[in-house]
Design a protein around this ligand. Structure first.
Ligand SMILES: Nc1ncnc2c1ncn2[C@@H]1O[C@H](COP(=O)(O)OP(=O)(O)O)[C@@H](O)[C@H]1O
Ligand SMILES: [Mg+2]
Length: 317
């Protein structure tokens, strides 16, 4: 029997907003099953209901109707929260804590003994490339640094299930690759990951399956290939700071763009990643990392906006 990390039945959330207390359906009858060990991506435009869903699952918000189970336990069962990690959309950070103190604080909330916390923090800071900032106060962090320390926070209790609300938001291309590496690492340890994004390319390389959420309605669920019916053509990698004729790279640049950056068309993600690493060694900095699927991304966005518009119109009727 498949064990599910997340299971929802008819999960629904209606907000009442404004002076007239108008009803707004943010999530409309979500039926979802995420088996243990899966990396599941929630893709949808802003306002689709991704954050609403994740908050419901984390018990931070109450459903208007429907049911859900986290690691087999019904919503509201706090005992399961020790086995779950969560990166909220707008993490609340304590400005005057250092990265290390912040992680200790969350570790303490989970009741993790000091020794163990220290060991985990020593492992987590390098994982998110933050070891050099370990004694820096959070108020001095950039958005990307906060995001990365937030991800470390979500892993402090070595969770079986991690829920990440737009983990790639605010990160530069290198940071986005880092997130994908972290997620792959979690998957290899059997951790279930439920993440969201409004950018398809953030999800496609790491997710076993994705669900498309538009206007509070789950449109489709499947692998990217199943949903889009077409495989990726190539990965476009744009690098800055390379010598005129770079040597020692697994691939020759296909052209220089208007700003003089080297543009590469890698046939797949593995080649693209090897390229980024090799280029880094000779001073190249990543500017863009983009799977080429243009027509489909466009199609997806068109599809999403039209459904969205329809849903909005219905909700105001
Ligand atoms: N507390 C709230 N009160 C009223 N409306 C809300 C509230 N939270 C979210 N919404 C609305 O619900 C919809 C879904 O929001 P959200 O779940 O944040 O979407 P996403 O994360 O996909 O961008 C949006 O239109 C948003 O404005
Ligand atoms: Mg959101």
């Amino acid at each position: 029997m498949t064990e599910f990390a997340i299971r929802t039945e008819g999960l629904r959330k209606v907000y009442r907003t404004g002076f007239l207390r108008r009803q707004y359906v943010a999530l409309d009858g979500l039926d979802l099953q995420v088996p243990k060990g899966e990396v599941f991506g929630f893709i949808g435009p802003n306002g689709a209901g991704k954050t609403t869903t994740q908050k419901l699952l984390m018990g931070l918000n109450f459903p208007t109707a429907g049911q859900a189970w986290i690691l087999g336990r019904p919503l509201g069962d706090r005992s399961v929260m020790g086995r779950v990690g969560f990166l909220p959309e707008r993490p609340y950070f304590y400005d005057y804590l250092t990265a290390t103190e912040f992680l200790h604080f969350y570790g303490q909330l989970h009741g993790i003994p000091k020794r163990v916390r220290e060991e985990r923090i020593d492992a987590l800071l390098p994982l998110v490339h933050m070891e050099r900032a370990r004694h820096v106060q959070l108020r001095k962090f950039s958005k990307g640094m906060l995001q990365r320390v937030g991800i470390a926070q979500s892993l402090i209790n070595e969770p079986e299930l991690v829920v990440l609300d737009e983990p790639a938001s605010g990160l530069d291309p290198m940071g986005r690759l880092l997130i994908r590496d972290i997620i792959r690492g979690l998957k290899s340890k059997g951790v279930t990951v439920f993440l969201s994004s409004h950018v398809l390319s953030d999800l496609e390389e790491v997710c076993d399956r994705v669900g498309i959420l538009v206007g509070g309605v789950l449109q489709e669920v499947g692998s990217i290939e199943e949903l889009l019916g077409q495989t990726m053509r190539s990965v476009e990698v744009i690098l800055h700071g390379l010598p005129e004729d770079p040597e020692g790279l697994p691939l020759a640049p296909s052209r220089r763009d208007a700003t003089g950056h080297h543009v590469f068309e890698a046939p797949d993600h593995d080649t693209a990643r090897t390229l980024v690493a090799a280029a880094g060694a000779i001073g190249g900095q990543l500017v863009t990392y983009r799977p080429v699927r243009e027509t489909l991304e466009q199609y997806f966005m068109d599809e999403a906006t039209s459904v969205e518009r329809q849903a909005r119109e219905e909700s105001v009727r």
